[in-house]
Ligand binder design. Structure first.
Ligand code: AMP
Length: 461
């Protein structure tokens, strides 16, 4: 491995100081392998996952290329989902702190078009967007990409899975040929190889070894009859008692049914999938991230871009066909030195999928039996926090400090009873300890935040 100090890179001293202030003391493997090429302007194909530090691997590079005095879009990052675009935008803003006057605009679907057009009119240096909305802006000529220097395709495999090939091709056709193209993808199927050949010039390929040391994730497989899936799922909860769990299902309908089944058995669970309205999606993600929901039941697509730090268990309600998806799913537990557990339920007809996983991992899968699960009949799972939603957000100049101030001041809550605060354009969410919910709601019903009465409600699961 190359030297992993940021000071070995040809980047500004201000950026090195900024990285230091962010707590980035040394490069992650994907950064150490990519940044020297990115900074030379070379095209790159990078196989890396969310959590590997990949955003900074392209972000530090694209920021070095930007001329703040030229008011045109110089970097475009395309992401499959709005959640991922939000995360990437946040990280790029942190990285851009060392350079004065850099403007970044998010172009995501599910948001009103007008304000995005307004932001673009004021001049944006960096655009982070989802393909559909970015295409809309290009078609309406509210976005121009003729001065683009860097194009990043983040989670390119997922964008193709979601059917964005034509949209991406149209967007890319409106960028200069001289651009640098950085392709990030967790997997490297043929469709991606083909796309790379048509849009990149002499790309360098970077592959990062799996971040997990062997043994950090305990993997167990349970063979069951089809009608036993639900009961086995329940037995897994009653035996392992994980505090935070992601359950994977194939279909939207299954997600809803499994979440309902768990709730009917005293395990609070929420489902997330593509059929939810944007606001509902936001609320589910907020609740999972702030500890107001302990179990999330998701499809693969919906789970992409989830920013989850501590996940104790991943449960496969059904096995995916592709072993790479299995690896991606279970990689969401056992992060950052923690141990995690990956439990998979499968039926006889899915045995081939288990075999494929064995081949992929080059080691036998460990089978456990349902009968060996020691069930606690009194088990129930309720998240420690509850989320309150307020009808005021960024557009109303609401900041996290305003909420924290009101709740710890006049409302009399203790700072330790208040969790994560999320501010959206017109709405805010604050997590409070379950025991403090009543006190917080009584205050919010009568008292003021920022000198105003703001409508507040507990989000019902
Ligand atoms: P990403 O894979 O880009 O989603 O990054 C995962 C997390 O790692 C983010 O929370 C980053 O802020 C953080 N991160 C990125 N680079 C570094 C680094 N060199 N040192 C420490 N943390 C980092």
């Amino acid at each position: 491995m190359a030297n992993t100090s940021f000071s070995t890179l040809p980047i500004s001293r201000e950026q090195i100081a900024n990285l230091d202030s962010l707590g980035y003391k040394k490069m992650t493997p994907v950064q150490a392998l990519s940044l020297p090429h990115v900074l030379k302007g070379t095209d790159l194909i990078v196989q890396a996952k969310t959590g590997s530090g990949k955003t900074a691997a392209f972000g530090i590079g694209l920021l070095e290329q930007i001329n703040p005095r030229f008011f045109g879009v110089q970097a475009l990052v395309l992401c499959p989902t709005r959640e991922l675009a939000d995360q990437v935008g946040k990280e790029l803003r942190r990285l851009a702190r060392s350079t004065a006057n850099i403007k970044l605009v998010l172009l995501c679907g599910g948001k009103p078009f007008g304000p995005q057009r307004g932001s673009l009119e004021h001049g944006a240096h960096i655009v982070v967007g989802t393909p559909g909305r970015t295409q809309d802006h290009l078609r309406k000529e509210t976005l121009k990409l003729d001065g683009l220097k860097t194009l990043v395709l983040d989670e390119a495999d997922r964008m193709l899975d979601m059917g964005f090939f034509d949209v991406m091709t149209e967007i890319i056709s409106q960028t200069p040929k001289s651009r640098q193209t950085l392709m990030f993808s967790a997997t490297y199927p043929n469709a991606i190889k083909k796309m790379c050949r048509s849009i990149q010039r002499k790309p360098v390929t970077v592959t990062v070894e799996a971040e997990h040391k062997p043994g950090v994730i305990e993997q167990l497989f349970y063979e069951v009859k089809k009608h036993e899936r639900n009961n086995t799922l329940l037995a897994l909860f009653e035996h392992y008692k994980p505090e935070t769990t992601l359950v994977f299902c194939h279909t939207k309908k299954q997600c809803d049914e499994v979440a309902r089944f768990l709730r009917d058995h005293r395990i609070e669970a929420l489902a997330i999938h593509g059929d939810l309205e944007q606001r509902e999606r936001d609320e589910v993600l907020v609740q999972f991230a702030n500890n107001s929901c302990s179990v999330l039941v998701a499809t693969d697509v919906a789970a992409r871009g989830l920013d989850i730090k501590l996940l104790q268990a991943v449960i496969n309600y059904e096995l995916p066909r592709d072993p790479e998806i299995y690896v991606h799913r279970i990689g969401r537990t056992g992060r950052a030195g923690e141990t995690g557990i990956a439990l998979s339920i499968f039926t006889e007809s899915e045995q081939l999928r288990v075999n494929a996983i064995e081949q992929d991992q080059k080691k036998p899968c460990i089978y456990d039996v349902y009968a060996s699960l020691d069930r606690d009949p009194d088990f129930s799972l309720q998240a420690p926090m509850v989320t309150i939603q307020l009808d005021a957000g960024r557009k109303n100049k609401m900041r996290p400090g305003d909420l924290l101030g009101a709740l710890t001041g006049d409302a009399g809550l203790n700072g330790s009873q208040i969790g994560k605060i999320d501010i959206f354009d017109r709405s805010s969410y604050v997590a409070v300890e379950r025991a403090a919910l009543r006190q917080a709601l009584i205050y919010l019903a009568n008292g003021k935040v920022k000198g105003r009465n703001i409508r507040a409600r507990k989000i019902n699961q």
